[in-house]
Design a protein around this ligand. Sequence first.
Ligand SMILES: [Zn+2]
Length: 377
Amino acid sequence: MRKTYKYRIYANREVLGKAERWLFLCRRLYNTALEQRITIYRQNKGPISCYSQMRQLPELKASFPEYREVGSQVLQEVLERLEKAYQGFFRRVKNGNGKAGFPRFKGRDRYDSFTLKQCGWRLDGRYLSIRNIGRFKLKLSRQIAGDIKTVTIRREATGKWYACFSCANVPEQILEKSTNSIGIDVGIKSFLMDSEGNNVDNPAYFRQSEKLLRRRQRRLCRRAKGSNHRGKARLLVAKAHEKVKNQRNDFLHKVANQYIAQYGVIFIEDLNVKGMVSNRHLSKSIADSSWGKFFELLNWKAEEAAREVIRIPRFEPSSKTCSECGAINQELKLSDRQWVCKSCGVLHDRDYNAAKNICRVGHTLQAITKEDALSVA
Ligand SMILES: [Zn+2]
């Protein structure tokens, strides 16, 4: 299994200055190589390959000695990025979907990382050394597993630096087998409700961070373009964005981990996540991405732990069906938090009832699929 580990890194001013310099040199190479491709194309000399551009690197180093300090593999990877950008462009042209988007020249803020492959770096406990740059200290929150294939150094909009280690052969973490199953309904009022009646609320700190973000965005709008104040205001917005993103991701990881640890099979409803943002208790920017991201994490973690996440197709609105007797309450409104079934008299909590239905339908589907598998065999 492949996996990427990301850590915040720290270094002194001199080291960071050199890393900035590498970013600048890589960006300049990227833009130059793009320009070369365009020129050659215009002169009808046919396309130029990534490989032939790589062969010109020694020449580049001879004419511009500053490139000697940057590792050859780092420079090759810049040209590979350009190649990927081209391939993506041609693929989009071929598929004809939307704007194809020709590869662009990269401005200062649009080129924020460089990648090292097998050589030119060394990881020694909490310290990452890069040849010709210096030593970074890692905030090692969890141990790296597997074989490190690449190391990417990244400067984010907030000015913070990160190292991403892309690893192959990461051992799978198989949890103890579990026959427990559960249905999850993503909520209107809370974040989710499961078929055991557990309710997971949206953390209160979401709203605070969101307020902060909005305040800072308003301030940015008031600042004059090109002014010093505007630069500072933009940095503060980037920091608030990052905070919202980190808090949301922490929360989603935590919730997904809980379910993966406890249940062998998790049923979720196949919702059109984009279409269902009617959550008035959550600000839009968080709600928009949360459920989609949550399902993605759940799937990914399930695969890692040999668990099953089963997406059940959207059925007769799960909240309107009585989980006790199957009667459908057509009069249920979005604002009804509770309702009494007219045919069996059971009092339902809206989300709990929906989660129970998801679990029940999931079991039925599972049984049908098993029968199918048996009859085929
Ligand atoms: Zn009923």
